[in-house]
Design a protein. Structure first.
Length: 248
């Protein structure tokens, strides 16, 4: 188990865990549904789909860590998702950060949103160790890093992937910045940095146009726009594999 990590000075709440729903969701003794922030685990079986590999391992790991225990919830900027679940980083009494532990165990991947961005760097660092060692879900072909020149199957559209490649050109059109990974943006892989994300990149000292020529990893949901595209809503979706671009 990872060493304890001190909680930042954010709003928090003590709860008792009643039962586990899946690898990233549980219910408190008061009936509140809690969704672990910053991560995602493979989906359980439902009437419309089969269980994803490592879904049972993720559920078992979360149960091992927190079942029938008192835990501390630490909230970020937004406390609820659209399903009215509480969004939280979860800590054991010894300080163990449960969200990060699941990533370290290889049963969860980092999955972040622009309105809840605390602790992303620590989660990504932990995930990289699990990826490098091929731990858990990272041992599966489904979770291997894709390249920008890969061909994606129709069944892969709408799913989360990490795509690696060199940005061949950049352009800003009507407040959206496009990172083009091929010679023809109409057919090749592209990442779009959305208008609402531009202030976050500026605050981080990143000029999106300066990604040109950089080798990067882009993480997110792939969609069939022109070729294949990932929409980027916050800077942490792009990891630079060389020296970072800087604001001019």
């Amino acid at each position: 188990m990872l060493a304890p990590l001190a909680c930042a000075a954010q709003e928090s709440q003590q709860v008792h865990v009643s039962h586990i729903i899946d690898g990233d969701t549980f219910v408190t003794s008061k009936g509140d549904h809690i969704r672990l922030l910053g991560i995602n685990t493979p989906e359980k079986a439902s009437p419309r789909r089969k269980a994803e590999p490592f879904s049972s391992e993720a559920t078992a790991d979360l149960s091992r860590l927190i079942a029938d225990k008192d835990v501390k919830l630490v909230f970020d900027t937004h406390k609820h998702d659209r399903y009215r679940r509480l969004l939280a980083h979860v800590y054991l009494s010894d300080g163990t950060w449960v969200n990060r532990q699941l990533v370290a165990d290889g049963v969860a991947h980092v999955y972040t949103f622009p309105d809840n961005r605390s602790h992303i760097a620590e989660l990504l660092s932990t995930e990289q160790i699990a990826r490098d060692s091929g731990k858990g879900l990272w041992s599966l072909p489904r979770w291997q890093t894709r390249t920008a020149d890969d061909t994606f199957k129709k069944s892969e559209i709408g799913r989360f992937y990490i795509v690696r490649g060199t940005v061949k050109s950049t352009a800003t059109v009507r407040d959206t910045t496009y990172l083009n990974f091929g010679d023809d943006w109409r057919t090749d892989f592209t990442a779009e940095i959305l208008p609402d994300a531009q202030p976050m990149f500026a605050a981080a000292g990143i000029d999106p146009l300066a990604y040109q020529g950089k080798r990067v990893e882009v993480r997110g949901i792939i969609k069939p726009v022109n070729g294949i595209m990932i929409s980027v809503s916050h800077p942490e979706q792009i990891q630079i594999l060389e020296s970072p671009p800087a604001t001019q």
